[in-house]
Write a protein that binds this ligand. Structure first.
Ligand SMILES: [Zn+2]
Length: 452
């Protein structure tokens, strides 16, 4: 029996050996108009910009914990000796990001979500890989080759690189190519990160396990994609790909890290005071245009209600079944870990007990809204009396605080009597965008129909 067992093991080893391939060469793309020095300069400029808006955690136990893990990874040849820095950001969302040339940021929410130290090491190794493989500037090069060729010469060095990129729409706005990667880049960052982890003694599978866990949670909850998954889109079965990579590596003893230490760091994070400035919407900063409604419309039709809405917006069903949100992903911003609509629409029905009366019910509804939104106030514009689906309706214009930085928000609130209560459509735009959005908003309002 014993001999048979040994034979079986050696056969398995033989089979694995037969499938094992040589590790693939993973290197930065040669098609990149930026030099390594420009990656570093661009990263410094972007970091200065971003750090005006985020809350960096300086608490030594948390900061040092992340930096101790990172130091083991940065020391590996795969990291290619960029001037890396690692900062922890006070933010409940599960995210991490790195800028070209080395500045990297890890959210407190990610540390809290990690099951072990190796998973945190995995995220850091993955981010380091994007830097070392120069994915950010490589993507900007591919997407803007013509403009870059026209405008970029030797004169580029000398400051203001980020500003020049912003002028051709390749700065830090929504969907920035500096931070949002292709699936191909994801595979490379996973595999290079796995090599880095293995040499530092961390179990590389933990990186893939963590990403897969996030993907599964997202599918299960049906909630909007966490920023991490939207910036690092799944290349498909990550655990399988990393396992195949590990098989090609020399056998090593791996660790998942010190679990007692991670538990302590999590406690410290949970006890941190909420900083006055905790905000991650730098991606949207200055760029609500990314959420601007298309003038092409599509039709919403459900439960006795019909209207049209912009073809680049989508419908999000709220948990309260009486309300839906319609917006583009760019129009929904994260503020302190909460999703807020900065550019879009909310449509709903408020049930009213007893008889309905448009003016009175609308006043009650506006009062409730102002209680829930402490910065909401009347704009001073006169109320407009309009017709919707043949019935009298009211249009109130309100001002509100916007999740976009440094702008005010305009809320156009339409109310109309409905057999079951008060129907409302709230159209939301940052003030500088309101004029551009208004024709589309008007079209949405005019298209409302109720089934008889
Ligand atoms: Zn990635």
């Amino acid at each position: 029996m014993l001999r048979k067992g040994v034979l079986l093991i050696s056969l398995v080893a033989l089979a694995a050996g037969a499938y094992a391939q040589k590790p693939r060469n993973i290197a930065p793309s040669r098609f990149n108009f930026f030099s390594k020095e420009q990656d570093i300069q661009l990263g410094k400029e972007a970091a200065a910009e971003i750090e005006k808006q985020i809350a960096v955690v300086t608490q030594p136990e948390v900061h040092d914990y992340v930096n101790r893990i990172a130091a083991k990874l940065v020391a590996q040849p795969e990291a290619d000796q960029y001037p890396y820095t690692f900062k922890v950001v006070y933010d409940k969302t599960i995210n991490a990001f790195a800028l070209p040339g080395g500045p990297a940021y890890i959210h407190t929410g990610l540390i809290l979500a990690a099951e072990n130290e190796a998973q945190i090491a995995g995220v850091i190794a993955h981010e380091i890989s994007h830097v070392a493989l120069r994915h950010g500037t490589s993507q900007v090069t591919k997407a803007n080759a013509t403009q870059l060729l026209a405008g970029f010469g030797g004169a580029m060095l000398g400051g203001g690189l980020l500003g020049q990129l912003a002028q051709i729409g390749a700065g830090l706005g929504a969907n920035s190519l500096l931070l949002k990667f292709s699936r191909g880049a994801e595979t490379d960052a996973d595999l290079l990160g796995a090599r880095m982890m293995a040499k530092a003694g961390y179990d590389p599978i933990e990186m893939a396990t963590f990403f897969q866990k996030l993907e599964e949670e997202e599918k299960r909850s049906g909630r909007a994609v966490p920023q991490f998954l939207s910036d690092h889109p799944s290349p498909g079965n990550r655990v399988k790909a990393v396992s195949a990579e590990v098989k090609m590596m020399p056998a090593r003893q791996y660790t998942k890290g010190d679990s007692a230490q991670l538990a302590r760091v999590k406690q410290v994070i949970q006890a941190l005071p909420v900083p006055p400035r905790a905000n991650t919407n730098f991606r949207a900063a200055g760029n609500p245009q990314a959420a601007r409604p298309s003038t092409r419309m599509q039709r919403y039709q459900s439960r006795g209600l019909t209207f049209v809405y912009p073809s680049n917006w989508q419908v999000f069903q709220s948990q309260q079944s009486n309300e839906i949100t319609i917006a583009s992903r760019e129009g929904i911003l994260e503020v302190n870990g909460n999703a807020e609509i900065g550019y879009g629409a909310i449509v709903g029905l408020q049930q009213i007990q007893g008889g309905t009366e448009l003016d009175r019910d609308t006043q009650n509804f506006l009062r409730q809204l102002m209680q829930q939104n402490r910065n909401m106030q009347p704009s001073g514009e006169a109320v407009r009396r309009i017709q919707i689906a043949g019935a009298p309706a009211l249009l109130h214009l309100m001002f509100n605080s916007s999740p976009y930085p440094n702008v005010r928000e305009v809320d156009a609130i339409v109310t109309v009597q409905h057999p079951q209560g008060l129907f409302y459509m709230i159209l939301i735009a940052p003030e500088p965008e309101y004029q551009a959005a208004q024709p589309v908003f008007d079209q949405m309002i005019q298209s409302i129909q109720f089934a008889r």
